[in-house]
Design a protein around this ligand. Structure first.
Ligand code: B3K
Ligand code: ZN
Length: 879
């Protein structure tokens, strides 16, 4: 370890700071060698705390050189303050005072991508969660909110664009070819929302008139070679601004809103006040460079960051245990936005897929935590699917409990009550309760208890009484530090179908769908007036983030697939059927039995293809077999080889059984319409490319020829990538030469486009047909960059997360590879290392041989000098 073992901090220890900061004035002198930061802070004593005498003032600060400290204009000699690796301790002499602190930092050498750093030719910042303390000494905690004024001084030729939060209030030419711009942000904010950008950037510009008639100037900045790829992000921003006014009554509050695209970024984007900084992969798109998925992701991320202006910035978090207050709520908001802009059911299916394949795994693993954790060692490890996606599910449940109008009343009250404050998840729930007169006391357990609840459902029909009853039992597995759980309040939306597939009334007033409020460990719900035994449609719309067991027969599932009025459950029934068939094959493989695919699955798929009245995007979703990751989730001891083999076998059988229909559908959907990233067109491309993927599974030239032809004639990146992906994935020999040719041609054409090359890398690294040696060779490719997070995600994570058979190779070579990478990256960028290591933390789920190898890998990492990030993950995984 670098220092003493990092220690956990606890929510129960939260205390307000002894001092508040009213104003923060910063001056940055950006130099080629180092940057000088001068901060002038106005403090006052926190009167709500009792003090015998003036308490000391510890300021956070790390990785910087302290040049000088002054209080109220007087320089303090070094023996009157203490400074160490993590803080600067001052002793105030009055209850209101001004500090002036000068520090020197080296952004050029900052590879952690936290604080102020360089990305290609520019300077940029990332301060959430605790990056501001790498810039200057400060009370770097979200409950300390202050008004910021920022002056940036830099060489004018190299850095003509100098940006910070708020409005530019002064510009000036200086000596030696330098210039200076001063920005002021009138809204009080915590330091994690501070941003600075300096570079030779171009921009596109637009404007938005808010609901009260104010004109807001919108700008998207990027390096010159990417300027033609910003239009989609701009359109998305304007849609998001309008939607937030219409749906939440939220208006933008500054005269200017800016987005900057940077290539080196640890996550997707950051909601800094008025100056969002984005991973270039979440902004840049042109039909020839980005897929439908990228277009949709950009729309969602732009909206997400914009929505934070209210849910996160105007009302922020009291401490980092409250992270889901802003993230869960904002993910819910962006999901609803995307649902309104595109297809609601498809969006729901995508989100539930992500949750079930990845968040459920997290919730069952060594890092499991409630959406409001009660302790952590390194907060960066808690930007998780649990905080974000499960957090959004919890907000969605509240939305469904109080209804759409009730939710709006609740959010209005929340924003009005807490504008300008740093608050807790309880404050959010209270606003919802107070605005609606509901009691969410038991519901709050969702915030404090980790783990995915399990519902076991059984039913009975009493013909004489004409009564149908559903008995639901809930339980929740133990998670680290929480052995037993209290019952959750779980809203279970259901419907009942009669023998003809018609919906039956389930409420006294004749509604065909209803929500059962499950609050006890076991509850029975009785439905009267049932003249036949119904088939239940359970957990409609995935009304709660739980696993649900009910003993459906395959016939039941096929029946629900075509008759359920709930679109989400039609998809889910199809998934359940596919899982059932696939898991039967997994057992057959393990027992060395002959493999036979149940024709009910193939027939059901055939019907989906035949029914032209269905939404094409949904058909594509239904034809997509559950991922290997999700299938792994279904097994007590994961058998990656059997899963892969079973899934490949089913794909081939489907392709063989439905070949003509697949070719037909493919041909019908081929078009030369100009590309539009609109729902209907996306749906058509998605179904067409799904058909092609099946056809390339067949050991004949039909699919390969289609894919080659599509690659050659494609007019957009969606079709190009789909064709290339099919050729890479095809396991049979006839596809190999075409795949090789296409990969070479693609790499030559797109060598200079980082984001496009990321797709080239990841489609190979994530494919089961790519062996570890090839992955290592990819990392020597001239377009690879060993320090760039997008490249690491495209190669290392794609291999370890998606290419399961090769990563889990019994030789242990995949684990060795990841171990080496984690150790290498941890020394540069701990946040990234802690993301990469994730697949190793799941070792308990594998067979003895793999368990041992994975544990050995974790122990090898543990022997190194580690960041707090990796220390926490490794020690919790081995505990
Ligand atoms: N709030 C940022 C995430 C910051 C992550 C810091 N490790 C992006 C977002 O959720 O909008
Ligand atoms: Zn967010």
């Amino acid at each position: 370890m670098k220092d003493a073992q990092p220690r956990a901090i606890y929510l129960k220890d939260y205390q307000q700071p002894d001092y508040w900061i009213d104003t923060t004035a910063l001056t940055f002198e950006l130099g080629e060698e180092s940057t000088l930061v001068t901060s002038t802070l106005n403090f006052h004593l926190n009167e709500s705390k009792t003090h015998d005498s003036l308490p000391p003032l510890p300021l956070h600060g790390t990785d910087m050189e302290l040049v000088s400290v002054a209080i109220d204009g007087e320089v303090i000699p070094a023996d009157q303050y203490q400074v160490d690796k993590h803080q600067l301790m001052l002793q105030p002499k009055s209850d209101a005072f001004e500090t002036t602190i000068v520090t020197r930092i080296k952004p050029q050498e900052n590879t952690s991508l936290e604080g102020l750093y360089r990305s290609s030719s520019m300077y940029c910042t990332q301060c959430e969660a605790e990056g501001f303390r790498k810039i200057t000494y400060y009370l770097d905690r979200p409950d300390v909110m202050s008004v910021f004024t920022t002056t940036v001084i830099a060489d004018k030729e190299k850095y003509p664009v100098l940006l910070s939060n708020g409005n530019a209030i002064k510009r000036q030419e200086l000596d030696n070819g330098r210039h200076m711009v001063t920005w002021n942000d009138p809204f009080k904010k915590p330091a994690y929302l501070f941003a600075l950008v300096a570079g030779n950037l171009e921009f596109i510009e637009d404007s938005f008139t808010t609901m009260s008639g104010r004109e807001v100037n919108l700008k998207i900045f990027t390096e010159a070679h990417n300027i033609t790829k910003c239009d989609h992000a701009m359109r998305s921003l304007k849609k998001a601004m309008k939607w937030d006014e219409e749906v939440y009554g939220r208006e933008y509050d500054l005269d200017m809103f800016m987005i900057v695209a940077v290539d080196d970024f640890n996550m997707g984007a950051m909601e800094n006040k008025g100056l969002n900084i984005f991973n270039s992969s979440a902004v840049l798109a042109r039909p020839d460079t980005a897929t439908d998925a990228a277009f949709q992701r950009i729309e969602a991320v732009v909206a997400h960051e914009y929505f934070h202006n209210w849910s996160g910035n105007r009302v922020t978090c009291r401490d980092w245990f409250q992270l889901s207050l802003k993230e869960g709520f904002t993910v819910f908001r962006d999901a609803e936005f995307s649902a309104d802009m595109n297809s609601r059911t498809v969006k729901r299916v995508e989100d539930v897929n992500l949750l079930r394949s990845h968040q459920f795994v997290e919730d069952a693993g060594p890092m499991a935590h409630p959406i409001r954790p009660d302790s952590f060692i390194e907060i960066n490890n808690f930007y998780t699917l649990t905080i974000y996606e499960k957090g959004a599910e919890v907000v969605r449940m509240i939305h469904n409990i109080v209804g759409k109008e009730g939710f709006r009343k609740g959010s209005d009250l929340y924003f009005e009550r807490h504008d300008g404050q740093a608050v807790t998840t309880e404050n959010f729930v209270s606003a919802m309760e107070d605005a609606n007169g509901v009691d969410l006391t038991q519901f709050q357990r969702w915030y404090n208890q980790a783990g995915t609840p399990v519902l076991d459902v059984s039913d009975a029909y009493d013909e004489e009484k004409q009564e149908y009853s559903l008995t639901i039992k809930q339980s929740c597995p133990a998670t680290p530090g929480q052995n037993t759980k209290l019952p959750f309040h779980i809203p279970v939306e259901i419907g009942l179908l009669d023998g003809e597939g018609e919906p039956m009334p389930v409420t006294p007033d004749g509604k065909t769908t209803t929500v059962l409020d499950l609050k006890d460990e076991e509850q029975t719900f009785v439905f009267a007036g049932m003249d036949e035994r119904p088939l239940p449609s359970l957990l409609r719309g995935f009304s709660a983030p739980v696993r649900l067991n009910y003993d459906y027969s395959r016939e039941d599932l096929v029946f629900l697939m075509s008759n359920d009025e709930d679109g989400f459950n039609r998809w889910d029934s199809c998934q359940r059927l596919a899982i059932d068939v696939l898991m039967e094959l997994v057992s057959a493989i393990q027992e060395g039995k002959e493999l036979v695919v149940d024709t009910s699955l193939i027939n059901a798929y055939g019907q989906l293809l035949a029914d032209e009245s269905l939404d094409k995007a949904m058909v594509a979703e239904m034809l997509n077999l559950p991922s290997e990751t999700y299938l792994a989730e279904q097994m007590d001891v994961i058998d990656v080889d059997a899963i892969h083999q079973a899934r490949e076998f089913v794909k081939q059988q489907i392709a063989a059984g439905l070949k003509d229909q697949l070719v037909d559908t493919y041909k019908k959907l081929r078009t030369d319409k100009p590309y539009q990233p609109e729902a209907a067109d996306i749906a058509e491309r998605s179904l067409k490319n799904t058909c092609m993927a099946y056809l390339t599974e067949l050991d004949d030239v039909v699919g390969v020829d289609l894919a080659k032809a599509q690659y050659e004639s494609a007019t957009n990146m969606t079709d190009t990538m789909a064709a290339m992906g099919c050729l890479i994935n095809a396991s049979h020999e006839s596809a190999a030469p075409a795949a090789k040719m296409v990969l070479a041609e693609f790499a030559e054409k797109w060598a200079d486009d980082n984001n496009v090359m990321d797709m080239w890398f990841s489609s190979q690294a994530g494919s089961a047909s790519t062996k570890l040696e090839t992955v290592k060779a990819l990392m020597e490719h001239p377009s690879y960059d060993k320090k760039n997070p997008n490249k690491m995600r495209a190669v290392v994570s794609a291999f370890c997360v998606r290419n399961l058979v090769n990563f889990h190779d019994l030789s242990g070579s995949g684990y060795e590879f990841l171990t080496d990478e984690v150790i290498r990256v941890d020394a540069l960028n701990p946040q990234m290392a802690a993301r990469l290591i994730n697949p190793l933390t799941r070792w308990k789920r594998y067979d003895e041989a793999r368990k041992e190898l994975m544990q050995k890998a974790l122990k090898r990492i543990q022997k190194h000098e580690l960041s707090a990030d990796i220390f926490e993950v490794v020690s919790k995984s081995l505990a």
